[in-house]
Design a protein around this ligand. Structure first.
Ligand code: GDP
Ligand code: CA
Length: 336
């Protein structure tokens, strides 16, 4: 069975670990990774979401933190600081630096990001095929109130997503989300083919705006998901009206979506319209947490078959059960 997953960082990576356990070693899993979080630091190309997936599935992740390398040291960072060279707010450890050096070196030699990612995965053996959404540069920017704006000027500025998320801790309102470069980006080689040949497409509990939303913003990808012959099933990243971990509510607000499991489902939309006609959305099925069972009727009223199951990724077995529930729902809604 060919499974395709559109993944961000932590939420996507943890889900994938459960999916791998659920389907066993023979499975064919392709991960289309978000690169909108990518940032250039110290002359190096950093791809946080691709690396989180690679390290998590390859056994190199810092488990508690959810990103970066395990048993990391920060000698390079403190030496840079001694030179007065920042930014200090982005945590790059020594082991992690090596990944970014190899990546930047290969990109400089002319390899596309997809080939570089494949080369990095040769070491980590994540057990999935990890493809960046695009080889072209896409950088998510967040529109915020200009802090220095003179009173009454109503100034706004766009900051890099990492500055909003990591430096500002999403503590100021996001007025808009702009995937800079997405409109002219092309899907990386293999992305559209994987979606067309998939037996199941899964939207994991990744951020619907700045992870999955950015992937879908690359022209051709949304249409390939909406038009795929495979069933498309998603798992809610929102439980009980709150993002389980992180600050997804801040970016949902920026796109006018309420922080609830049902609102995120409606945001993705159903592939079959409620009246049985052709919908314009992406989902054939949606899973909400058992504590959100009351949302099932609302989601189904929007034409999306919905089930309530435990969605806390507390350990590998629970996460594998989530993946099995997603695959079971996919079979249930698979069109003959
Ligand atoms: P990021 O790129 O590192 O932010 O990771 P993703 O976009 O892949 O996933 C982040 C989202 O995962 C967060 O917005 C949370 O809502 C969601 N999330 C994290 N842990 C859990 C969990 O245990 N269960 C569910 N359902 N969602 C989770
Ligand atoms: Ca991310």
């Amino acid at each position: 069975m060919r499974i395709v997953v559109l993944a961000g960082g932590i939420g996507g990576a943890r889900f994938l670990r459960g999916l791998k356990q659920a389907v066993g070693p023979g499975a064919d899993i392709t991960v289309i990774g978000n690169t909108g979080d990518d940032i250039h630091l110290f002359g190096l190309k950093v791809c946080p979401d691709l690396d989180t997936v690679m390290y998590t599935l390859g056994g190199g992740i810092h488990e508690e933190q959810g990103w970066g390398r395990s048993e990391e040291t920060y000698a390079v960072k403190s030496e840079l600081k001694a030179y007065g060279v920042g930014p200090e707010w982005f945590g790059l450890g020594d082991k992690d630096f090596a990944t970014h050096i190899v990546r930047t070196q290969m990109l400089g030699a002319g390899y596309p990001l997809s080939a570089v990612t494949e080369a990095l995965c040769d070491r980590w053996q994540p057990g999935v095929r990890l493809i960046p959404m695009s080889d072209d540069r896409v950088e998510t920017h967040v529109l915020i109130e200009e802090p220095d704006a003179e009173a009454g000027q109503g100034g706004r500025k766009a900051v890099h997503f990492q500055e909003f998320w990591v430096k500002l801790h999403a503590s100021v309102p996001a007025l808009g989300i702009i995937p800079v470069g997405a409109e002219t980006a092309k899907p990386a080689p293999g992305v559209l083919e994987a979606l067309a040949q998939a037996d199941v497409i899964i939207l994991p509990p990744s951020n619907p705006v700045v992870s999955v939303g950015t992937i879908l913003a690359v022209p051709g990808i949304r249409a390939a998901v909406a038009g795929a012959s495979a069933p498309v099933v998603g798992l809610s990243p929102i439980i009980g009206g709150a993002p389980v971990r992180g600050m997804a509510d801040k970016v949902l607000a920026a796109v006018g979506v309420e922080t609830s499991a049902a609102a995120v489902a409606r945001h993705y939309g159903g592939r079959a319209a409620a009246d049985g006609g052709r919908g314009t959305g992406l989902l054939d099925g949606w899973l909400v947490d058992e504590s959100d069972a009351a949302a099932v009727a609302e989601v189904e009223a929007a034409g999306i078959p919905c089930r309530a199951v435990p969605l806390w990724m507390t350990d590998l077995d629970t996460t594998a059960a989530m993946a099995r529930a997603a695959l079971a729902l996919a079979e249930e809604v698979r069109r003959a």
